[in-house]
Design a binder for this molecule. Structure first.
Ligand SMILES: [Zn+2]
Length: 472
């Protein structure tokens, strides 16, 4: 098969571009992670899942991919949450940092190669600020250090904002220590009760934007291939990150491809803590399986916004049911394991799924291709061809981080929100009773058992291999 080119919508150019890594032997990707001051919401799960699929795809094609995704563990919101709990800042940040990692792991996200924390990179941050001052892109003033925006002629090239938008975006009344209203903070002074580190400018703490610039440089170098994050980070966070890095680093390229995922909406509004309309991953996992949540997140193209609703979740479950039903119907001969998938060559993955993902990570198209594969598998009567189709489906599932459960378990274990159902033993006993009733010609009795089970949320299905059941 001819290998499809990978194409991304690059925020920097505003166009779709063919992906050409700086070094095909080693691809680098950095994604901005969350600020950890409470449990994360499903909107925070979207970049984690989207860029997990992207790294899975890249790893089938390039020999080495380094994926770094940070955690912001120093922030005024963390300070405020810790103060209101009467808790130590580090204890709170560590707890929610662990919770975030557990939550996204539950969504099938494989851990990035490095998960750097801002507080472990204070020396690198101070170094970069000193370089910016030396190069006349930053200045110290009243215990603060500020990046001087007019010193960077390319400022604004990523977000393409007008000057007025940028000033609005800064959302601060112009402080006396700023030379220009657009100048932003690299370092700020800390009071006694705030976390702080000694620096050439006194005891203080870093601004948010410089943390990512310093962590990217330390773990991936001056120029990286892909930088991802939510579209709400394009301005000011990524614009500022880009300005800092191109002005501080010797190599002025910084990021070759900027990829931004769209926001998750609940009703007509963006899901956000400030609006107060958030659904935590933890809360959703009490009612839905993690695989349904992942399927729902992948059902929209990453760069568009996605409206989260009960309908979306119901559709995701029905779609997964259909794929698993296909797998359940095929004899379990020599299925691929996830370790096998790691070793598959590019051409062993289903071409239609790979091509959809190569097209700017078009996951809805990839999911449609998965359903096509399942339909082909059902239509085939040849057993060997069926088994081969099954492995293709599983390989496509691996790329998307789906179909990792045993199909039988998928149906018999049900999902967290399902009504309390009889135990498997009780169900099997009733199925045996129904079989006996039918053998005796007591069809009314057999139907009554089927209806009772249905009322308890168990659907029976008579197949060649006998009667199977599923939770509904
Ligand atoms: Zn960042």
């Amino acid at each position: 098969m001819t290998q499809a080119e990978i194409v991304f919508h690059n925020t920097l150019s505003g166009k779709k571009e063919t992906f050409v890594p700086a070094n095909p032997e080693h691809v680098s990707i950095y994604v901005c992670g969350p600020t950890v001051y409470s449990f994360v919401h499903i909107g925070n799960g979207r970049p984690a899942v989207v860029f997990d699929v992207l790294t899975r795809l890249l790893r089938t094609r390039y020999p080495k991919v380094s994926y770094v995704s940070n955690i912001t563990d120093i922030d005024d919101k963390i300070n405020a949450a810790a103060a209101s709990n009467g808790e130590d800042i580090k204890t709170l940040a560590d707890r929610y940092s662990r919770a975030y990692q557990e939550d996204v792991a539950a969504l099938g996200v494989r851990p990035p190669d490095v998960v750097p924390k801002a507080t472990h990179h204070i020396a690198e941050i101070i170094d970069m600020i000193e370089t910016l001052i030396e190069k006349d892109h930053a200045y110290a003033s009243e215990g603060h250090v500020l990046f001087h925006v007019p010193s960077d002629p390319e400022y604004g090239s990523l977000s393409k904002r007008s000057l007025e938008d940028m000033i609005d975006g800064a959302r601060v009344e112009v402080a006396g220590y700023k030379k220009d209203p657009k100048d932003f903070v690299l370092w700020k002074p800390s009071t006694e009760d705030q976390p702080g580190w000694d620096s050439p400018w006194g005891r203080g703490r870093p601004g948010w934007h410089i943390e990512c610039s310093a962590m990217v440089k330390k773990h991936l170098g001056d120029t990286i291939d892909i930088h991802g994050g939510g579209s709400d980070l394009t301005f000011p966070h990524h614009e500022n990150e880009a300005a800092q890095s191109r002005c501080a680093n010797d190599d002025s390229g910084y990021v070759r491809y900027w990829l931004h995922n769209g926001m998750l909406n609940l009703g007509t509004e963006k899901m956000s803590k400030s609006v107060g309309n958030v659904l935590t991953i933890r809360g959703l996992l009490e009612k839905h399986s993690s695989e349904v949540l992942r399927y729902a997140l992948l059902s929209g193209q990453y760069s568009s916004s996605l409206t989260w609703s009960d309908d979306l979740l119901a559709q995701a479950r029905a779609s997964l049911d259909s794929l698993y039903q296909g797998l359940r119907d095929v004899a379990d001969t020599n299925p691929l394991t996830s370790t096998d998938m790691e070793k598959l060559a590019q051409e062993e993955f289903p071409e239609t799924v790979v091509n959809a993902l190569c097209d700017d990570l078009n996951t809805p198209k990839a999911l449609a291709a998965m359903h096509e594969l399942a339909a082909d598998m059902r239509r085939t009567t040849d057993e060997a061809a069926k088994a081969a189709a099954r492995n293709q489906l599983l390989a496509g599932g691996w790329l998307l981080g789906l179909l990792y459960q045993n199909a039988e378990d998928y149906f018999t274990q049900g999902q967290p929100g399902d009504s309390a159902a009889p135990t498997a033993d009780a169900i099997e006993a009733l199925i045996a009773e129904r079989k006996a009733a039918r053998a005796d010609g007591d069809y009314a009795g057999a139907d009554r058992i089927r209806d009772e089970l249905l009322a308890a949320g168990i659907e029976l299905e008579d197949s060649r291999e006998g009667t199977r059941w599923r939770k509904i």
